[in-house]
Ligand binder design. Sequence first.
Ligand code: CTP
Length: 404
Amino acid sequence: MTDVRVLSGKRVTLGVTGSIAAYKGVALASALHQAGAVVDVAMTLDAQRFVQPLSFQAITHRPVFADLWAPGMETDIAHVTLGRESELIVVAPATANMLAKLAHGLADDPVSVTALAARCPLVVAPAMDAGMFTHPATAANIATLRQRGVIVVDPEEGHLASGLTGLGRLASPETIVDRIRAALGAGGDLAGRRVLVTAGGTQEAIDPVRYITNHSSGRMGYAIAEAARDRGASVVLVTTPTSLRIPGGVACVAVRTALQMLDAITSQYARLDVLIMSAAVADFRVESEARHKIKRGETGLELRLVPNPDLLATTAELSVDSRPVRVGFAAETRDLLEQATQKLARKSLDLIVANDVGGDVFGSDSNEVTLLWAGGRHAALPRMLKTEVAEKVLDAVSGLLPRV
Ligand code: CTP
């Protein structure tokens, strides 16, 4: 994995407490470290019954704060230093006991003491048996923490160590990382902006089991949605079905067809600051979807296709108080710049991201694009990861937004 901009070089402290899910903390530490964060780990004694500090030390390449009374601590005052230097603290897993301590300001172990000494954002990911999670005492402690601005990553339903099934499983490392990214990026250059991103390739039904689609993987749109969230935007991701994980901290609207996508955009359009159309929209749909599965026949099959509306051109006609910054993509196999320039004008765009899809772009992690602004300026970017292209597109968007 490569650096994630919002995490790169950030001091993140992971507090691990005594739950069987403590072993999942190792995966979380690894994900944060691989994304470029400098990860310190603080552990309670009970956590160390489940996982050795050495596991975390090996992954983070940093000493673990495991003993409040270790020799040297009197001069080091590790908890104060760690608390002060942390840019974010995440407690995962957080037991019911730790939530109670954090809610009431108790400080008698490396995790609670670090949290009390800190003034940075605090994220907690509870993990416990369902009965303990739903107990009014735990619910009240969580409510207190939320009120104080603590970010609570809700546990998930599933198999619990007790053998029962219920609410209490630690959220996945990906979900927790998403919330950490959003928290760290909250004051970014897109803070307070509403950004709608479309992603994937639309599916135009032929019959109940078949459809026409294209090679779009959705990766570019998902990368933009995540990057916008990490820069403080409130993001709506309008997506067709893809193989990608829905990112946490964005509002997701699931669609299949071009017409459904148009509805989803239209209903949000008046409130948007930015519209980014990275979806590959089918230009045609089957005139009438067969009600039942079309049966094999000896003769050929003719499908009549009718044009779909141009979503960008249609939304450009909507009357709104203030028009959002409008970004389109142009995937071409020839005359890239000429075609992109025409689309920029035809679709009333502020920016178009042109790329040559002659090669192996679909499903790939990287892309080579040229940015073209209305007015004629353009910038050819070298081949780079789609996550990096996403940042470049948002840099351009940020420059186009009216100052607030
Ligand atoms: N787009 C759209 N509505 C469509 C087709 C495309 O809004 N019905 C958007 C895409 O999301 C993209 C941009 O328009 O941001 C350019 O898409 P592209 O498929 O390259 O352009 P088309 O207008 O479909 O032109 P052509 O297929 O002739 O190249």
